[in-house]
Design a protein around this ligand. Structure first.
Ligand code: ADP
Length: 439
């Protein structure tokens, strides 16, 4: 083991020959064995060829002869491996890896734990690991329960919110493993924690999206059902009516039938557009469009659709043409949606005004109403998908929250924009801005 022959070694003082160092101990093994009669421990020694080796020594003093019997076993490889392993654990950055004693107090700490939880080693050693749990979990006895489960099943896995030193929370994936010695006695626990906040937030986002999608589908179904009910009502009236009565009915019902059919196809068109938008398959034309003409058509349609008419829609045409670049059908869709909102969210008898003008680069259609207005707190989210203003007083107003989102997206993709110019108790003003066509 040491490389010395018997002749070389005999008569030498072992500590000098082997350049023995005593790691972790200020008292030499020699002094200990003389005082206590026995010594056990680890020594660092040097071979004849100069290589350093680690040995585990068991020494005993034979007091009768005054001789010391040394049994030294080399453990260099094991020590190196466990040292390397310790080094590895200490330096892992993405996982907090630490040990707990049998009562749950922290007895080791690594770099990952420092990074994830924010405590330095000297601040946390000896503290109970429940320090990482939110107050409500502590009150519910969760830390103790996890240790018990680890003891009973060998290991326990958990996902949940944990608390950093600075009080902020992170979402953790935690594994606690119970540790036993060779005789089967519990020596403590190993705990590995990973910060999966980003993953959890993404999961939550998808879940919310899923929820808002089903809520949206419900709304759409509801919105389609009401015009359908009207159509079916008229149909059954037609079926049961005499030929003369039919003629009379025809005259009375046609405007409403038309209005309800258009309402339904608008809704379906909007859904198709939103789907295209989200799939990325939306294709927009870039034609020369006269805003004046399109606005005029939209106003005529809105007037025709209001059955019976209860709002006054005033249209102030632009003197001459107001040519912009865009997709005529989509511009029409946006204006119709703006008009329909102005009417939906305004009391009967009020006025809706459509005004056209231009700046150096943009054509603008402003639609002003004298309606309920939009609370300041909702104005920022107004253009988000499926966003509807909560209005206890006008819950009955049909809608899906798709209109403004879709309209703004379409406007922006055509190089323009849809903005809320002002809103208050006296009403609201939305404006569609479109890039002017070259002369
Ligand atoms: P909806 O289908 O609900 O009308 P929109 O996306 O068109 O969806 O509008 C979103 C929300 O903005 C509506 O629920 C409504 O509360 C509010 N809103 C839109 N236009 C007006 C307006 N002219 N006056 C008051 N509130 C409006």
């Amino acid at each position: 083991m040491y490389g010395y022959s018997r002749e070389e070694a005999l008569g030498q003082v072992p500590a000098r020959l082997l350049q023995t160092r005593y790691p972790g101990s200020k008292t030499s093994a020699y002094a200990m064995v003389m005082r206590n009669g026995a010594w056990e421990g680890r020594l660092v020694q040097t071979r004849k060829d100069g290589a350093v080796l680690v040995v585990e020594g068991k020494w005993a003093l034979d007091s009768a002869s005054g001789r010391i019997l040394q049994v030294n076993r080399e453990v260099t490889d094991q020590v190196a491996t466990s040292e390397r392993f310790r080094h590895l654990v200490e330096n892992v950055q993405d996982y907090a890896i630490f040990l707990l004693d049998t009562r749950g107090r922290i007895s080791s700490w690594n770099e990952g734990a420092r990074r994830i939880k924010g405590y330095e080693e000297h601040e946390i050693l000896g503290t109970h690991f429940s320090a990482f749990y939110p107050q409500e979990d502590i009150e519910a006895g969760k830390p103790e329960r996890e240790l018990r489960m680890a003891r009973e099943a060998g290991r326990v896995e958990d996902e949940g919110w944990r608390v950093r030193k600075d009080g902020t929370r992170f979402f953790a994936l935690v594994v606690i493993t119970a540790l036993y010695d060779a005789s089967g006695k519990l020596t403590g626990y190993a705990k590995v924690t990973r910060d999966i906040t980003a993953r959890q937030l993404e999961r939550q986002r998808l879940l919310d999206l899923e929820r808002s999608k089903s809520a949206f589908l419900n709304l759409v179904a509801h919105e389609l059902r009401s015009p359908l009910t009207v159509l079916r009502g008229y149909l059954s009236m037609f079926r049961d009516a005499s030929p003369e009565r039919r003629r009379e009915l025809e005259e009375r019902s046609l405007p409403a039938l038309e209005a309800k059919t258009i309402e339904m196809s608008r809704l379906v068109d909007q859904m198709v557009e939103v789907a295209r938008l989200e799939e990325g398959s939306l294709r927009l034309r870039a034609d020369r469009v006269d805003l004046s003409t399109v606005a005029d058509e939209a106003v005529a349609l809105a007037r025709a659709l209001e059955e019976p008419p209860v709002h006054h829609i005033a249209f102030e045409p632009f003197p001459g043409e107001l040519n912009v670049v865009g997709d005529p059908e989509r511009v029409q869709m946006i204006l119709s949606n703006m008009l329909s909102n102005a009417i939906k969210y305004s009391p009967s008898g009020t006025k809706v005004t459509v005004i056209l003008d231009r700046t150096r680069e943009l054509g603008r259609v402003a639609i002003n109403d004298q309606g309920v207005g939009i609370p300041m707190s909702d104005q920022v989210r107004l253009f988000s998908r499926f966003m509807r203003v909560d209005r206890p007083d006008s819950d009955h107003v049909p809608g899906t929250g798709m209109g403004l989102y879709l309209s703004r997206e379409l406007a922006r993709r055509m190089g323009g924009d849809l903005v809320l110019q002002w809103s208050g108790s006296g009403g609201s003003s939305f404006a569609l801005l479109m890039p002017l066509a070259e002369k």
